[in-house]
Design a protein around this ligand. Sequence first.
Ligand SMILES: NC(=O)c1ccc[n+]([C@@H]2O[C@H](COP(=O)([O-])OP(=O)(O)OC[C@H]3O[C@@H](n4cnc5c(N)ncnc54)[C@H](OP(=O)(O)O)[C@@H]3O)[C@@H](O)[C@H]2O)c1
Length: 374
Amino acid sequence: VRATGRRPSNARKTMTAPERFMRLAVALASAGSDQIGDQAAVGAVVVKDGRVVGMGARLAAHGPSAETAALQAAGPLARGATVFVTVAPLVEEARELMAHGVAAVVAASLDPGREERLRAVQWLRERGVAVDLGVLEDEALALNEVARTTARTGRPFVTLTASVTWDGKIATRSYDSRWISSQAALRDVHELRSRHAAILVGARTARTDDPELTARVPYGRHPVRVICDTSLTTVPDDARVLTDGKAPTWVFTGRHHDPARRAALVARGIRVTVTSGARRVDLVDMLHSLKEDGLASLLVEGGGEMHAAFVEARLADKIVLYVAPKLVGGRAAPTFLEGEGLSRMQDAVRLERVTVESVGPDLKLTGYPVYPES
Ligand SMILES: NC(=O)c1ccc[n+]([C@@H]2O[C@H](COP(=O)([O-])OP(=O)(O)OC[C@H]3O[C@@H](n4cnc5c(N)ncnc54)[C@H](OP(=O)(O)O)[C@@H]3O)[C@@H](O)[C@H]2O)c1
C-alpha cells in the first residue's frame, strides 16, 4: 500500500490536487453515510485533464454505487479519466470502471472489506489501470467507522454520550439533570441523535427524566427509540416514549418480565423484544436484534448504570462527552459511569484519538476506548 498525500492534521499547506478531489469525494460520501445502514460510505469524483467531470455517492444501502452515479454523470468523458473514491472499489465496481475506459483510480482507504478490495485493486492493475492508495486515508476511515465496526463485530456501532458537570456528575443528588448543557451543546446533541439509527436509555432514565428522545433538528430525522426495562415494570405507562408516537419505540426486556405488561405494550403498538438476560437486559442479544433489523448505529444516552454495562461488556466503541462549566458535588449524585468500577488504575480503559472542541461554554470530548488485555 503506497501512502500519498498524508500529513499531520495541524500542518498548514496548500492542498494538493489529489487532496482537493478526495476532499470532495469525502464530502459526497458523508452525505449518505447515515442512511446506508452497514454499507461503506463511498463518494466518487471523476477527473479529466484536471477538471471535475462527474461525481456521485452511495445514498441508499441497496441503491446504485458511487462509481455508477459518477460514471453516469461523466458520460463519455470518463474514458481516460481518473476516478477518486473514498474506498477502493469491489470487483463489480472495478469491472464497471474498466468498462468505461477509466485510466486511473485514486482510493483513500481499503476498509471495510480490505481483502476483497485488494483483489479488485490487483485486478485493475493487471489490466493497466493505475491505482494509488492512501490519499486522505484517515478521513475516509473516520467516515466509515460504523461500516468497519459492523463488518468486524456483526453488531451496531455503539456511541455513549452524556452531559456532565466539571465534577463529572450527570445529575444532582436528587437525580435532577435539567439542564446541564448550554443551548449550543443541546443543539449539538440533537445533531448527534439525528445521525444515529437508534437511541437508547436505561429504564431509570426513562422514568426519572421522561425524555422524548427525538432529534429536534431542522430537516433531520428521528432515530428509533430503544428502552431497556428488565421486568417491564420500571417505565411508567404514561412515559412520553410510550405515548407520544413521535418516533418508533422498541422496548427490550429480560426473560423474567411481567407478561401482562408486555401484552399491554404490544397492544399499544410498542415493539417488545425478550432477551436471554435474567437480572438485566442482555446487551449482546439486543445489539444483534437491532443489527438484524438493519440498524447499524446506536447512541446510548445514559444513565450511568447503562453506560457502565456497555463499557464492562466492551461494547462501547466511541464516547462523546459534553462537559459544562458547573459544579454540583454530592457523593450520591450519579456520574457518567457507575457500575462496580475498577480497583486498579492500571486496568483503566484508555481513550485514544481524543479530540476536544468548544461548543458554546461547554467542551465536547470525543474518544475511542481501548480495552486492556483481559
Ligand atoms: N446528563 C446526562 O446526559 C444524562 C443522561 C441520561 C440520564 N441522566 C441521569 O441519570 C440518572 C439515571 O441513571 P442511572 O444510572 O440511575 O440509571 P439508567 O442507566 O438510566 O438505568 C439503569 C436501569 O436500566 C435497567 N437495565 C436494563 N438492562 C440493563 C443493563 N443490561 N445494564 C444496566 N441497566 C439495565 C435497570 O433497571 P430495571 O432493572 O428496572 O430494568 C437499571 O437499573 C438520572 O438522574 C438521569 O437524570 C443524565
